[in-house]
Design a protein around this ligand. Structure first.
Ligand SMILES: *Cc1c(COP(=O)(O)O)cnc(C)c1O
Length: 362
């Protein structure tokens, strides 16, 4: 497989309601909803991702992740655009440092599929977030002058929107910094555009070991033969694979779906790493579940399937990621949970026991 296949997917990216007609059935109300939602939030998806949707099921778990719904507009008043306050943690452009020993580096401002639940809805697709050579050099300079940083997570957007040459060059520059022990790539392409994982890309990546790769599958319907092949290529290149799911209401918020997902991932040599609580963010509130739902799912997995298949359920906050075990919840009232972070700080997360004011209720 060559670059032609994924570049063709990019060229044929779907951004217009009419282009969805080849894949799914939409009634007039749904068309109007997409046109209304797109005035607030960008959307796009690959023909591949559209092709794995159930054409006639409006609750299709793949469709719900990629096709805008009117309900996104119900939460414009939940005016949180940057729930992790990443902009307060930028020691250099595009670089986010919350922890002492590792940083996240957002090297791309777009993705093959703009997920409806995206936590960086505020910046994906925006020019102001574009990655420049100057930004690259500033980030590399910061990392080079910070010996405590031993782990660099390359993310985005999706870093694999860049060419193999770009990625090779970036990794080479990063690898010239002696104290950077490991590099991680965070990319959803194995799920949304598996053709991106070409043999050539794998040859580039394996030059820069130890290199780890985290991806995002949220539903067993995404575990297609193409996705399996992409993951096998990466695993065969000696790259350990992890998966970071998002807990999404109406998509994967039940034990049976999650169990099928995590067991399928382990079969594909992908270790379920995290399940994120959906973020409180403008335009995504309809996906949020009460935190108790996630805890129930973990209880339904642990012991019922192998430990290898059980991820850590967590909330990402400006204080860092907080695993949600019943013990880390120091207090619960009707509207919020109080969670103890790794650094001892207590974070208050708005999380109505009854869900978000019925937002998105059927
Ligand atoms: C998620 C994240 C990391 C990596 O965290 P791990 O728990 O080690 O996977 C590092 N920096 C930032 C800013 C992050 O959000």
């Amino acid at each position: 497989m060559s670059d032609n296949v994924w570049k063709d997917q990019i060229r044929r990216t779907i951004r217009k309601v009419e282009d969805l007609d080849a894949f799914i059935e939409l009634n007039e109300r749904e068309r109007a909803a997409i046109r209304a939602a797109e005035r607030e939030f960008k959307w796009q998806l690959t023909p591949y991702y559209a092709s794995i949707m159930d054409p006639s099921d409006r609750g299709c778990p793949v469709r719900l992740q990629a096709v805008p719904q009117a309900v996104e507009l119900d939460t414009l008043d939940v005016a949180i655009l940057d729930p992790l306050r990443e902009e307060d943690h930028n020691p250099a452009p595009n670089l986010i440092r919350v922890y002492p020993d590792r940083v996240a580096w957002t090297v791309s401002n777009t993705c093959p599929v703009l997920c409806r639940h995206c936590l960086r809805k505020r910046m994906v697709g925006r020019e102001s977030f574009a990655f420049s050579e100057a930004a690259r050099d500033a980030a590399l300079g910061y990392i080079a002058s910070s010996p405590a940083i031993r782990d660099v997570l390359i993310t985005g957007g999706d870093p694999l929107m860049h060419s193999d040459e770009f990625i090779d060059d970036l990794l080479t520059r990063l690898r010239s910094i002696k104290h950077v022990e490991i590099v991680r790539i965070g990319s959803r392409t194995p799920c949304t555009m598996p053709h991106r994982i070409t043999p050539e890309l794998c040859r580039v990546l394996k030059k820069h070991h130890p290199l780890w790769f985290n991806t995002q599958f949220n539903h067993p319907n995404e575990l297609t033969p193409e996705a399996e092949e992409a993951c096998a290529r990466l695993a065969d290149a000696g790259i350990p694979l992890g998966n970071q799911s998002v807990l999404l209401r109406g998509i994967n918020d039940d034990v049976d779906t999650m169990k099928r997902l995590v067991q399928g991932l382990v079969r594909m040599r992908v270790r379920p790493y995290y399940i994120y609580q959906a973020q409180t963010l403008t335009g995504t509130a309809h996906f949020i579940t009460p935190i108790e739902r996630g805890l129930d799912i973990i209880r339904g997995l642990r012991g019922h399937t192998s430990g290898l298949a059980v991820p850590v359920y967590l909330l990402d906050t400006p204080y860092g990621k907080i695993p949600m075990h019943p013990e880390t919840i120091v207090k619960r009232d009707d509207d919020a949970v109080y969670l103890k972070a790794w650094n001892g700080k207590v974070w208050r997360e708005p999380n109505p026991k009854s869900g978000w004011q019925g937002v998105g209720a059927d």
